[in-house]
Design a protein around this ligand. Structure first.
Ligand SMILES: Cc1cc2nc3c(=O)[nH]c(=O)nc-3n(C[C@H](O)[C@H](O)[C@H](O)COP(=O)(O)O)c2cc1C
Length: 158
């Protein structure tokens, strides 16, 4: 492996189950790894990029920000909704399955959160097999990118 892209808790999609924000995760990853680190999660402009580089990352990966570009083949209403949204407009879904995904807050994702909070639902103990690596290749809190399926963000139908 030549380089690793690592997502902080801020990221869209799967932030993992440890809830370590980029401010903590990026320097920890840089310290633990011998290959270049690409910082991901919550980076949307040059200031975020400068912060990531200051923390030791070699570059950044932006997801949500590029979703809002003219070039992205996404409906304009979705882009407008994202641009109009604030920092509290995401939901963490599938926490109870230990497969957490940060998605846009809308009626669908609100309902998923409510369903997961309902008493009597089964909670997955232990959850999915750990993706943590031993300290040799990445210490505590340092996670490889998920190699499995991706849950699409619930952007639609606000
Ligand atoms: C529309 C969209 C699709 C994505 N698809 C994947 C994917 O298939 N696999 C994956 O590991 N990460 C995926 N991601 C996560 C991004 O690669 C990136 O790590 C994340 O978006 C960074 O956080 P940010 O959106 O806050 O910039 C996706 C993100 C978005 C916004």
């Amino acid at each position: 492996m030549d380089v690793i892209s690592i997502d902080g808790f801020e990221c869209a999609g799967h932030p993992g189950e440890d809830d370590i924000p980029g401010l903590v995760l990026i320097p920890a990853a840089v310290r633990a790894l011998k290959i270049p680190v690409i910082a991901s999660g919550g980076i949307a402009d040059g200031r975020g990029m400068a912060a990531a580089l200051a923390l030791g990352a070699q570059g950044v990966n932006m997801g949500t920000r590029f979703l809002c570009t003219r070039e992205a083949p996404v409906h304009d209403a979705v882009k407008q909704a994202l641009v109009a949204a604030g920092e509290r407009d995401t939901n963490l879904i599938l926490r109870s399955l230990r497969n957490t995904a940060r998605v846009f807050k809308n009626a669908v994702s609100d309902e998923v959160v409510a369903l997961e909070r309902r008493p009597g639902r089964r909670r997955v103990r232990g959850g999915a097999p750990s993706r943590r690596r031993p300290a040799r290749t990445g210490g505590p809190g340092v996670r490889r990118r998920p190699g499995r399926g991706w849950c699409p963000p619930a952007w639609s139908s606000a």
